[in-house]
Write a protein that binds this ligand. Structure first.
Ligand SMILES: CC(C)(COP(=O)(O)OP(=O)(O)OC[C@H]1O[C@@H](n2cnc3c(N)ncnc32)[C@H](O)[C@@H]1OP(=O)(O)O)[C@@H](O)C(=O)NCCC(=O)NCCS
Length: 249
């Protein structure tokens, strides 16, 4: 109950942040709200508040433990490195996201062989790839990969995170992303970039904001999917010392 009250108080505060919001950006497109059905108790004001957060500085990364959800209590997910045995479940999650959502701009769902090829390329390239396990199931996954192939970008990664929709909005995405960030820092990367498909993707903008990403900007109308022009939203955060020091290599 205390968690619910704390959440309501915080959301009231967020409501005040709407004056700084990126509402014009939000109105024009959509990535993720479509594939993340609004949680119970999710009002238009709360969705607006979550999106408005993207126009202001985010709180310190991992500052707040995930409060009790208004959804039924759920045990904490186990976050662990992905193995090839996880790839059929990961493929099913991603195929649904491709078929039904706008978070990804892929149009044809890749099969298990292609997902396996991508997984091996990432892991062999020195990038982390995690799954979140709940009730013995793969609830979601997250990985980092090269932001761009040119060598000067070698300290910058782009992240990717997808959950089974039945596990949305319960803190699983935040835990996965926190673990990914920590691991990327341990591996010496300095910047993480999120390229969020569809500026109406409140879930993705919310999870990145919560994990300390700042809004960089929006590329308007760069995708076409389901008969709609779609934006990409760029968010970014420092890893470790960011640009405050030079790497040793
Ligand atoms: C994006 C995604 C990974 C988020 O994971 P999640 O477990 O649902 O997110 P969390 O429960 O950890 O929520 C993190 C924050 O975002 C907010 N949020 C999550 N979903 C939201 C939604 N639909 N609307 C508004 N805010 C939302 C939460 O309120 C939370 O903030 P708070 O703790 O301050 O309240 C998940 O929704 C998903 O897989 N979406 C489809 C694929 C996708 O969009 N991937 C991102 C590609 S860039």
């Amino acid at each position: 109950m205390l968690g619910v009250i704390a959440r309501l108080v915080r959301n009231c505060a967020l409501g005040r942040a709407i004056q700084y919001s990126v509402a014009p950006v939000i109105e024009s497109r959509g990535c993720g709200v479509l594939d993340a059905p609004p949680a119970r108790g999710m009002t238009a004001e709360r969705i607006a508040a979550a999106l408005a957060m993207t126009g202001v500085d985010a709180p310190s990364p991992f500052q707040r433990p995930h409060e009790a959800s208004i959804l039924p209590a759920m045990s904490a997910p186990e976050i662990r490195p992905t193995t090839e045995a996880d790839l059929p479940a990961i493929t099913a999650i991603y195929q649904q996201a491709v078929r039904e959502g706008t978070a990804t701009f892929e149009l044809d769902p890749p099969d298990l062989a292609e997902m396996t090829r991508r997984y091996r390329a990432l892991v062999d390239g020195g990038y982390p790839y995690f799954v979140a396990m709940l009730d013995g199931r793969v609830a979601g996954y997250a990985y980092a990969g090269a932001y761009r192939p040119r060598p000067a970008y070698r300290f910058t990664v782009e992240n990717s995170i997808y959950l089974d929709p039945s596990f949305h909005r319960r803190g699983v995405g935040s835990r996965l992303l926190e673990r990914l960030i920590t691991e990327c820092e341990a591996r010496g990367f300095r910047q993480m970039i999120a390229v969020i498909g569809d500026s109406a993707n409140a879930g993705s903008i919310g999870v990145h904001t919560r994990c300390g990403f700042k809004m960089i900007g929006t590329h308007p109308n760069v995708g076409l999917k389901f008969g709609r022009w779609l934006d990409t939203v760029m968010m970014q955060r420092d890893l470790g010392e960011g640009a405050r020091s030079m790497p040793g290599k």
